[in-house]
Design a protein around this ligand. Structure first.
Ligand code: FAD
Length: 544
């Protein structure tokens, strides 16, 4: 007898877009208009992708095929046909195309929440970034030669970003890859692009390298497009090996070496590090959003399980302590979703800007750090605790819940670790004082809250955070408080946004979520009032 995936995964059949009640409210609050394709994507993910992804993770991981049958070097990845079909279907639903269509990039980001599989989504994120960079910064000949290949739904190309080298991922200024310009052509030499996701799948990558004679550090880096095959059709670089990873198994992550690889310079080389960071900001926001999405799926699945599981003669969802866990996770997750979508929206609005950019872009950068840091750790904690809600079964590889946690762990590491997010935020705040405007906006938002008692409490709480941020920023030891600043700013923004959102809603559900967030993060040894257990914050996930 054939197994149905719903025998081991209760959320099969949920539409992860149209059935997600808080998501709809958040999108309307932020005035983000979702594309019609997202409805199909929401169904496709629960009906097909999650199952294929679990099978790829356990039984059919990508394999590096180094040689072809006539013993020529191949350096390509063998994917299961189902794996390829999933990627192609998501391309058809516009996940990559929306990153280059005018005004549509918010939908690319939003698709990451729905897909919420940092492995599969990584393949598409890197492709979207490559297409974005080609469209925005390549010269017209390079754009017309390569961009259409990335948007060809029938036989799409895949992209990649090769920045990190063995001696440094955070410290990009230590890059040793060098670029030379001879006879009107660029070539790159690099011994070890040490973390290269999509290596072997990618038909071309965005690569950082230092042009000969350029200064040391990040300022001397330029950004190139490097196709996997050169203009003579030969392999343009080699994939040394694939990494054996804890999670995100579906995206192959390898090591790449380049020897005289043909390359196409993007934009003006003096702005290389700006382009590299702008391109990376797309995957940083993708990362935040997919972290929130994966936490949502873990929470949803755990909720459905908790409605069925009986302990001490009662459904475990009706046990007050576990119910309180659920409510607090719901509040944290909604805050992460708001922050991530705010970052996405800000980047979308600033995506036509170029170096040296402007206020809107700096604002998007600030929010991208806050969102990634917040969502990745919230996701880490929720996906971890959701395993526990399944009790011992949560620890078994035969059920899908453990994979959510393994996949979520990397979201705080790649696209810059938490410390790097915090340090870049610190530098940005010191240089541009963006926190001052953010604080004023938050205070204005609080002044407009309808409920007077919440107005007073929220105002006092965020003022407390602002005072701390100002103190940390003005001290000589500010670097050691960089993460406190990042967290305090994230907490204050979340609190105000959740209450502003609740003012738009007549059901009181969002006020309950905002209150739970307040009691969890802004009161000392008070805890959540028991009356909030009666809240209907999570029942929308029920399917009966
Ligand atoms: C699965 C996976 C896929 C990846 N895919 C890609 C890819 O496709 N392309 C790509 O370019 N890269 C990729 N990366 C690399 C990733 O971006 C880096 O691993 C990450 O940025 C950290 O760099 P690192 O590993 O060199 O660690 P390091 O930079 O050596 O950092 C080590 C530790 O030191 C801390 N640290 C470093 N500097 C400071 C400081 N100044 N102050 C305080 N703490 C500090 C860091 O926070 C970290 O905890 C991938 C990584 C993984 C795990």
């Amino acid at each position: 007898m054939k197994m149905d995936f719903s025998d081991i995964f209760l959320s099969k059949g949920v539409n992860y877009f149209s059935d997600d009640v808080p998501l709809k409210a958040i999108l309307s609050f932020l005035k983000i208009k979702p594309d019609r394709n997202l409805n199909s994507l929401g169904k496709f993910v629960s009906e097909e992708l999650i199952e294929v992804s679990a099978i790829v993770d356990h039984y059919s991981r990508p394999v590096l095929q180094t040689w072809n049958i006539t013993d020529d070097r191949l350096d390509a990845i063998w994917l299961s046909p189902d794996h390829s079909r999933m990627l192609q279907k998501m391309q058809e639903l516009g996940v990559v195309r929306s990153a280059v269509e005018t005004g549509a990039i918010a939908n690319h980001f939003l698709s990451g929440y729905i897909i919420s599989d940092p492995g599969f989504y990584c393949t598409l994120t890197l492709t979207a970034q490559t297409a974005y960079a080609l469209q925005k910064y390549a010269d017209p000949d390079t754009t017309s030669a390569f961009l259409p290949r990335y948007l060809d739904v029938a036989d799409p190309w895949y992209g990649a970003t090769y920045y990190t080298e063995i001696q440094g991922g955070s410290d990009l200024g230590a890059n040793l890859a060098c670029a030379s310009f001879e006879n009107g052509k660029w070539t790159i030499n690099s011994d070890n692009k040490y973390f290269a996701s999509n290596a072997g799948i990618a038909d071309g990558a965005i690569v950082t390298a230092r042009p000969a004679g350029s200064e040391a550090g990040t300022k001397g880096l330029a950004v190139f497009f490097v196709p996997a095959r050169n203009s003579s059709g030969q392999l343009n670089y080699n994939v040394r090996r694939l990494k054996d990873k804890l999670g995100t198994i579906s995206v192959p992550t390898g090591e790449v070496e380049m020897h005289g690889s043909e390359a196409y310079l993007l934009g003006d080389k003096k702005y290389g590090i700006y382009y590299a960071m702008e391109i990376l900001m797309i995957s940083r926001i993708d990362d935040a959003i997919s972290a929130a999405g994966i936490a949502r799926k873990a929470l949803w699945e755990s909720y459905l399980y908790a409605c069925k599981r009986i302990a001490f003669e009662k459904r475990i969802i009706d046990q007050p302590l576990l119910l309180s866990d659920f409510l607090q996770m719901e509040a944290d997750l909604e805050a992460s979703t708001v922050l991530s979508l705010m970052a996405a929206d800000m980047f979308s609005r600033a995506s036509s800007m170029k170096p040296p950019y402007g206020e809107g872009y700096d604002r998007a950068r600030v929010y991208s750090h806050i969102a990634k840091n917040n969502a990745s750790w919230v996701s880490d904690s929720i996906t971890r605790y959701c395993m526990e809600i399944f009790g011992g079964k949560g620890f078994l590889k035969e059920f899908p819940i453990e994979k959510f946690h393994r996949d979520s762990i990397v979201t705080s590491i790649w696209e810059g670790t938490s410390n790097i997010q915090a340090l870049d935020l610190l530098a940005l705040l010191l240089k541009k004082n963006i926190h001052v405007a953010i604080m004023e906006e938050l205070l204005a938002g609080v002044r407009n809250l309808k409920d007077e008692s919440w107005r007073i409490k929220v105002s006092a709480s965020i003022q407390h955070e602002f005072d701390a941020i100002k103190k940390w920023l003005s001290g000589e030891d500010r670097e050691i408080y960089a993460k406190d600043i990042l967290n305090a700013l994230g907490g204050a923004i979340s609190l105000v946004q959740l209450f502003m959102l609740s003012d738009l809603d007549s059901s009181r559900r969002f006020t309950q979520v905002a209150s739970i967030f307040y009691y969890k993060h802004f009161t000392d040894h008070v805890g959540m009032p028991a009356s909030l257990l009666k809240s209907d914050a999570i029942q929308w996930m029920n399917r009966d």
